[in-house]
Ligand binder design. Structure first.
Ligand code: ASP
Length: 504
């Protein structure tokens, strides 16, 4: 469809323009023009493309209107020239964060205009057509900055806008890459990912449970899991041998910088293992994660150093000291393990309903003691000296993971609850299923759980886990965007047999 050249600016130009428009229209009508992702533009100089995305910035110079368009893959500068009348007029109406479909030609920028440090710095899109896919009200805040200058409450209220900023895009995407790596790693090592229930029973993980009322059985409640601890042990009883899960956990705690009411754990359990076996696999997982996804980071010491609880406490007066040699270097990672924790600590709480027994667990009631302390546990003597098989992994001053070898003999688990002052009926009522499972041919087993949000926070050099959770809650446990927690319809409460007492 080439026109014969009469002269350079006359009929031929017009004909060529018409034919180009026609081709474009036919292509559009028949849906032949596929969307090109912005990151591919640098290699398409001279071609006509359709790109779709958000208006990042618009600069109106009257004759020339510049628009930076952004999609998930990148950003490009576009220009509307006055000779493309319709496109120019349309470009004049668009505003920041509008969503556009743009037909344009990929032009090489003149040598002196090339921006070498930008992926699309050598090209510019000449806008031929603009279709507005959606308009946007004036955004609540700038989404092009790193957002640190904006109050967190307003960022959380408009999280869908906040997620558009480059820093949040990187955090969410890198979190996904890490999750993908983790799934891949454990799958390759023979682990099976199993989903465990979200609606379960109150368990003694050491925090308050979130509870869910039952409609069918008034006065009864499910609890959201504080961790899949019992289920993963029951999977070992069930013969899975190696389990993992990217698990959501819920703990009703007073929130702090690195805590949320709900958070994500890399949770796993292994059969026929001892402490060293579990630790070896995890160390390999973590080293691989850093080397593959964060090659710019330096792990201070491999294999990770190991300290006893007594050693770290004596030396640093903390069981999670920050051991980086240079704390100003964001790429330094000081991992280490802490082992040989005391199993029990003094406690004043009346857990058994008959006055305090004086003891509670330090980490996990399902842990086994170190083998040399098994006799003391069974005889319930020298309780304060019994050491647990617990191992904690620490990174740059944060506990990022913890686990243990479990008591796979029912009698030993029973002794733990007895030491904590639980009456026999309560042990049977709360843990009868566990004791029965352990007495039904459960292999020796142990596991660990990593705080995934915390790990990603540290790897992304973020100051708190809310920066790496897409829809985070505030420090007070509120979802400002959804306005949750919220009241429910009185009808719902009636169905559940629940009455709300007046605030005092
Ligand atoms: N379930 C424990 C926790 O969430 C971790 C473990 O021992 O595997 O802290």
């Amino acid at each position: 469809m080439k026109a014969t050249h009469k002269n350079e600016f006359g009929g031929a130009f017009l004909l060529e323009k018409i034919s180009l428009n026609l081709e474009r229209e036919i292509a559009h009508a028949t849906n032949k023009m596929k969307r090109t992702h912005i990151k591919e533009l640098a290699g398409l100089v001279g071609q006509e493309v359709v790109i779709k995305g958000w208006v990042d910035i618009r600069r109106d110079h009257g004759k020339l209107i510049f628009i930076d368009l952004r999609d998930a893959s990148g950003k490009v500068q576009m220009v509307a020239l006055p000779n493309h009348t319709e496109a120019h007029a349309a470009a004049g109406t668009v505003r920041t964060e509008w969503v556009l479909e743009v037909t344009g030609k990929v032009n090489a920028r003149p040598e002196r205009m090339v921006k070498k440090d930008e992926p699309n710095g050598a090209v510019e899109i000449e806008i031929l057509g603009v279709k507005v896919l959606n308009q946007a009200t004036t955004p609540a805040f700038d989404v092009s900055s790193d957002g640190k200058e904006i109050g967190e409450d307003v960022r959380l209220k408009y999280r869908y806008l906040d997620l558009r900023r480059p820093r949040m895009q990187v955090n969410v995407r890198n979190r996904h890459k890490a999750m993908h790596y983790v799934r891949d790693f454990y799958t390759t090592e023979g682990f099976v990912e199993v989903e465990t229930p979200m609606m379960t029973k109150s368990t003694p993980e050491g925090s308050r449970d979130y509870i869910v009322p039952s409609r069918l059985e008034h006065g009864k409640f499910y609890a959201l899991p504080q961790s899949p601890q019992q289920y993963k042990q029951l999977l070992m009883a069930g013969g899975l041998e190696r389990y993992f899960q990217i698990a959501r956990c819920f703990r009703d705690e007073d929130t702090r910088g690195d805590r949320q009411p709900e958070f994500t754990q890399i949770d796993l359990e292994m059969s026929f293992v001892e402490q060293a076996d579990v630790m070896e696999v995890q160390e390999r997982m973590i080293i691989g994660l850093v080397q593959k996804l964060y090659p710019e980071k330096q792990i201070q010491q491999i294999p990770f150093p190991r300290f006893t609880y007594k050693e770290v406490m004596e030396k640093y007066n903390s069981d999670k000291p920050d051991l980086r040699k240079d704390k100003n270097n964001p790429n330094e990672l000081a991992f280490f393990w802490v082992v040989d924790f005391p199993f029990f600590e003094k406690n004043d709480e009346d857990v058994g309903g008959k006055g305090s027994s004086g003891w509670t667990f330090t980490h996990n009631p399902f842990s086994a003691p170190k083998p040399e302390f098994m006799n003391d546990l069974m005889e319930k003597k020298n309780i304060g000296d019994i050491m647990t098989t617990q191992y904690d992994m620490v990174l740059n001053g944060y506990e990022i993971g913890g686990g243990s070898i479990r008591n796979h003999q029912p009698e030993a688990l029973k002794k733990v609850f007895e030491i904590m002052g639980y009456a026999p009926e309560r042990i049977e009522k709360n843990f009868g299923h566990m004791l029965h499972a352990l007495g039904s041919g459960t292999p020796p087993h142990g596991g660990i759980a990593f705080g995934f949000d915390r790990l990603i926070m540290l790897l992304q050099n973020e100051p708190n886990i809310r920066e790496v959770i897409a829809f985070a809650k505030t420090g007070e446990g509120k979802d400002l965007m959804m306005e949750s927690p919220s009241e429910v319809d009185p009808k719902q409460l009636k169905e559940l047999g629940i009455e709300i007492s007046k605030k005092k």
